[in-house]
Design a protein around this ligand. Structure first.
Ligand code: CP
Ligand code: NVA
Length: 333
């Protein structure tokens, strides 16, 4: 298993193919080992380690999964909300990174501008994890890919179609990058003016060409979901865009994921599992997906997807502190 020791975890693009696959395997391994009904004495490979979690925005999943995951690994996590630390009010990224590096083994940060998490990484002497910026959400992409591998089978995402319907945002960027790297055909349907970042999508195309996948942009959601194995969306109003709410509600008309859309996806089932499934990173609002789709017990994977945030962030933390490869094996290797 490749260790990420000495690196940062900023986006899916910066990983090697081997690192991406290893993180998914380690996540599955951790899930198996730590959720066993009668666990033996669980290993505590992060004993004595700590992670500072800087949150400039709200969070349920990222905060709780990291805090709980670090505790399971035997380490300690500290929540630093916007009101709790000097950062941004009275202290620079540079000074904060310098100071936290002297206390902690890892720094995790959820920021507005991606340049802020890059600044932290530049001045930190310990690994930095991007826990969502305006451009990327790599922890979410890992959880999504793990969820899809659980559903379709490990190593079987090659050639499957993943369609994103909605806003061309941070969550899409890393998910598209990861999906393309695993050989998936990525389609994006978004309204005019809400396209994903062009430079990032060039990287997605590059990865797709290498892996046998593809990337296309469609305007009509129904065309984009035809035959899709995965249909995925996110909020139309990301954190920090609240004042655009009214305009976005108008502009995204017709982009709500509905049962009709799901029925346009891949038909039938494989080994009793639906051929077309739904993903959403949460938090969810009714405008982007109907209750019928979101709570569909067979096709919606949203809650396993949320759970997988913990197994994947554990794999990331363990790999960054040098575990998962050297002396920190968990379960079978
Ligand atoms: N999906 C996700 O990152 O959720 P939180 O904002 O609750 O962390
Ligand atoms: N796109 C959303 C994701 C939240 C997890 C946001 O940036 O607010």
């Amino acid at each position: 298993v490749a260790s990420l020791q000495g690196k940062n975890f900023m986006n899916i693009d910066e990983l090697t193919d081997v690192e991406l696959r290893d993180l998914l395997s380690l996540s599955a391994q951790l899930k198996k080992a730590y959720s066993s009904p009668s666990p033996p004495v669980l290993p505590r490979p992060c004993e004595g380690k700590s992670v500072s979690m800087i949150f400039q925005k709200r969070s349920t999943r990222t905060r709780v999964s990291t805090e709980t995951g670090m505790a399971l690994l035997g380490g300690h996590a500290l929540f630093l909300g916007p009101q709790d630390v000097q950062l941004g009010v009275n202290e620079s990224m540079r000074d904060t990174a310098n100071v936290l590096s002297r206390f902690n083994s890892l720094i995790l940060a959820r920021v507005f501008a991606h340049t802020d998490v890059q600044l932290l990484a530049k001045h930190s002497s310990v690994p930095v994890i991007n826990a969502l910026s305006d451009l990327y959400h790599p922890l979410q992409a890992l959880a999504d890919l793990l969820t899809l591998e659980e559903h379709f089978g490990k190593g079987s995402l090659q050639g499957k179609v993943l369609t994103w319907v909605g806003d061309g945002n941070n969550v899409l960027h890393d998910l598209a990058m990861g999906a393309a790297r695993l050989g998936m055909h990525v389609r994006v349907a978004c309204p005019v003016g809400y396209e994903p970042n062009g430079e990032i999508m060039h990287r997605v195309e590059w990865h797709a060409q290498r892996s046998g996948g593809s990337y296309v942009m469609e305007r009509d959601p129904m065309t984009a979901v035809a035959g899709a194995h995965v249909i995925v969306t996110d909020t139309w109003v990301s954190m920090g865009q609240e004042e655009e709410y009214e305009r976005r509600m108008r502009d995204f008309e017709g982009f709500q994921v509905t049962r009709r859309m799901m029925e346009h996806g891949a038909k039938g089932s494989n080994a009793g599992r639906p051929a077309c499934v739904f993903l959403h990173c949460l938090p969810r609002h009714p405008e982007e997906v109907t209750d019928e789709v979101f709570y569909d017990p067979a096709r919606s994977l949203v809650f396993p997807e949320a759970e997988n945030r913990m197994w994947t962030v554990m794999a990331v933390m363990l790999s960054l502190v040098g575990g998962g490869g050297r002396g920190c094996e968990v379960g079978e290797s």
